[in-house]
Design a protein around this ligand. Structure first.
Ligand SMILES: Cc1cc2nc3c(=O)[nH]c(=O)nc-3n(C[C@H](O)[C@H](O)[C@H](O)COP(=O)(O)OP(=O)(O)OC[C@H]3O[C@@H](n4cnc5c(N)ncnc54)[C@H](O)[C@@H]3O)c2cc1C
Length: 462
C-alpha cells in the first residue's frame, strides 16, 4: 500500500500508475472538507485556471511530453483526450468532464481508497507521495518545512516572463551590464521562508546577486510612450483573494508601477542608468534587461517584469519592446501563490527524497511548473513508490525523453537559484547532428525521445 497526499493532477496520476502495478493506494484529498482559494468543486484533478494542456504536436516539447505519457498509460492523458475541445494545435479540455473522468476512474478503482480529509502532518506511513500542489495548506506546509529544512521550501509571489533566446532579435539588443560591471544586483522575487512565517503570504523581493551580462533592449522615447500607453490600457488577469494586497514595493507588477506614473518604470526596472547603447554611443531613454536563466541556457527572463496581465496581453505588449518583436514565451509572468521545494537539494531523479528514499514529492510542489509537467512527475513517482512495495529498484527514464529530461532537471539543476520549469526542448541533450531548421530540429528531438522511450519500455518489461 502506498499513501498519496493531494488528489490533484500529480496525486491522481501517481495513484493510477500504482494501481497499474497492482499496488493499492490510499489517496488523501482535503476538498470539499477544506476548500482552497481557487478550486471550485470537490472533484479530483480540478484545473484551477486555464483549460489548456498546451501544444499537442511533436514540434512542441509539451506535445512530446504528452505523447510519452500516453505511451505510459497516463490517466491524465486518457481523461484529457476523452474531454478534448477544439483548440487548434493545442489540447484543451472541457474542464468539468476532464475532472469528472479522473474522479470516476479513481473513486471507482478497487485498489484506491479515497480519504477526504486535510492532512495536517507528514504521516509516518511509507512509501508516501506528497503532491499537495501550489496551495499546500499552512499546517502541513510547516511540517514539510520541518522535514526537509525550511531553506529548501520556496514561496513565490511574482514571476517575470521567460522567453526563448533564439527568438530574440539580437540585431536590436546589446549585451552589457550596468556600469560595465560583470556582477550586479537585480530584482528577484524569491524568498525562502521559515516554518514560523509560512502562514504569512507576505513575500519580499530580495536582491539577488546575479552574475554577469544582460541583454538590453533599448527604447527611444517614442518606443517607451507606445509601450507605456499599451501597458496602462492592458487587461489584467483576475486576482485571487489570497493574492490581494500582496504587492510589495520591491516587486510590484509592471502594470501597477505604470499606473503610478509615466516615469515610474523608467526609474524602476526600465531604468537606463549605467548603460550605453554601442550603436548610438548614447544612454537609451529606457531599457528592458534580459537575464540568462541560470538553469537553462537558452532561456532569458525579463528582469523585474513580474506581471499579472492576461497571457495574451503579455504576448501583445511585451512584443512591442525592441528586440522582442517575435519572441516566443517559455513562461508568462504570473503573480500567484506557489509552494515548491528546492528539487536539486532535496530530490533524486526518481522523485524520491535523497534523505528519505521512501518519501516522494510530485507535482508543482516538487518544483515543476504546469498541469502536464505535474502529472508527468506523478507518473514517475507513482511507479517508483509502487515499485518499492514490490521490491523493485526505482527507475528513471533516459534523459533523451521529455519525462527523463524533466526528472534530470529537477534533481540536477543549479540549486542556488532554483526555479520550477515547464518542459522545453532546451533541457533535453542536444542532437549530435542537429538539422538547421528549428521545426526539423524539434521533430528530430521528439523522434529520438520516442524511440528511446520505446527501447526503455522494452528493456523494462524484459
Ligand atoms: C492561481 C493558479 C493558477 C494556475 N494556472 C495554471 C494554468 O493555467 N496552467 C497550468 O498549467 N498551471 C497552472 N497553475 C499551476 C497549477 O497549479 C499546476 O499546474 C497543477 O495544478 C499542479 O498540479 P498538482 O497536482 O501539483 O497540484 P493541484 O492540482 O493543486 O493538486 C493538489 C491537491 O492537494 C490538495 N491538498 C492541498 N493541501 C492538502 C492537505 N494538507 N491535505 C490534503 N489535501 C491537500 C488540494 O486540495 C489539491 O486538490 C496555476 C496555479 C495557481 C495557484
Amino acid at each position: 500500500m502506498i499513501h498519496i497526499i493531494g488528489g490533484g493532477l500529480a496525486g491522481c496520476e501517481a495513484a493510477w500508475q500504482s494501481t497499474l502495478l497492482g499496488v493499492p493506494v490510499t489517496l488523501h484529498e482535503m476538498r470539499p472538507q477544506r476548500p482552497t482559494a481557487v478550486h471550485k468543486t470537490d472533484r479530483l484533478a480540478e484545473l484551477v485556471c486555464s483549460n489548456s494542456f498546451r501544444g499537442d504536436k511533436l514540434d512542441n516539447a509539451v506535445g512530446l511530453l504528452k505523447e510519452e505519457m500516453r505511451n505510459l498509460n497516463s490517466l491524465i492523458m486518457r481523461a484529457a483526450d476523452a474531454s478534448r475541445v477544439p483548440a487548434g494545435t493545442a489540447l484543451a479540455v472541457d474542464r468539468e468532464r476532464f475532472a469528472q473522468v479522473v474522479t470516476e476512474l479513481i473513486e471507482g478503482h478497487p485498489l484506491v481508497t479515497l480519504v477526504r480529509e486535510e492532512v495536517l502532518r507528514v504521516p509516518k506511513t511509507r512509501p508516501l507521495i506528497i503532491a499537495t500542489g501550489p496551495l499546500t495548506t499552512g499546517t502541513f506546509f510547516r511540517d514539510v518545512a520541518t522535514l526537509i529544512g525550511s531553506k529548501q521550501l520556496y514561496f513565490y509571489d511574482a514571476i517575470s516572463p521567460i522567453v526563448l533566446a533564439e527568438t530574440i532579435n539580437h540585431s536590436r539588443v546589446f549585451r552589457a551590464s550596468r556600469w560595465n560591471k560583470n556582477s550586479q544586483s537585480v530584482i528577484g522575487s524569491k524568498k525562502t521562508i521559515s516554518p514560523l512565517d509560512s502562514s504569512t503570504i507576505a513575500v519580499g523581493c530580495g536582491a539577488d546577486d546575479g552574475q554577469g551580462d544582460y541583454l538590453n533592449c533599448p527604447l527611444t522615447k517614442e518606443d517607451y510612450d507606445l509601450f507605456y500607453g499599451a501597458l496602462i490600457r492592458a487587461e489584467s488577469a483576475t486576482v485571487h483573494d489570497f493574492d490581494k494586497n500582496l504587492f510589495f514595493e520591491g516587486c510590484l507588477p509592471i502594470e501597477v508601477m505604470a499606473h503610478r506614473g509615466e516615469d515610474t518604470l523608467r526609474f524602476g526596472p526600465m531604468k537606463p542608468v549605467g548603460l550605453i547603447d554601442p550603436r548610438t554611443g548614447l544612454k537609451p531613454y529606457a531599457v528592458v534587461q534580459l537575464r540568462q536563466d541560470n538553469l537553462a541556457g537558452d532561456h532569458y527572463s525579463l528582469v523585474g517584469f513580474q506581471t499579472q496581465l492576461k497571457w495574451s496581453e503579455q504576448a501583445r505588449i511585451l512584443r512591442m519592446i525592441p528586440g522582442l518583436e517575435s519572441v516566443e514565451f517559455v513562461r508568462f509572468g504570473m503573480v500567484h501563490r506557489n509552494t515548491y521545494i528546492n528539487g536539486p537539494t532535496v530530490l533524486r531523479e526518481t522523485w524520491q527524497m535523497k534523505e528519505f528514499p521512501d518519501l516522494f514529492f510530485a507535482g508543482q510542489i516538487s518544483g515543476v511548473e504546469g498541469y502536464v509537467e505535474s502529472a508527468a512527475s506523478g507518473l514517475v513517482a507513482g511507479r517508483n513508490a509502487a515499485g518499492l512495495v514490490l521490491g523493485q529498484a526505482p527507475r528513471t527514464l533516459p534523459r533523451e525523453t521529455a519525462i527523463g529530461a524533466l526528472s534530470y532537471y529537477v534533481a540536477n539543476a543549479g540549486a542556488g537559484n532554483y526555479q520550477p520549469t515547464n518542459i522545453t526542448f532546451g533541457i533535453l541533450p542536444p542532437l549530435s547532428k542537429a538539422p538547421r531548421r528549428r521545426h526539423d530540429r524539434r521533430m528530430a528531438l521528439s523522434a529520438r525521445a520516442l524511440a528511446t522511450l520505446n527501447e526503455w519500455q522494452i528493456m523494462a518489461n524484459t
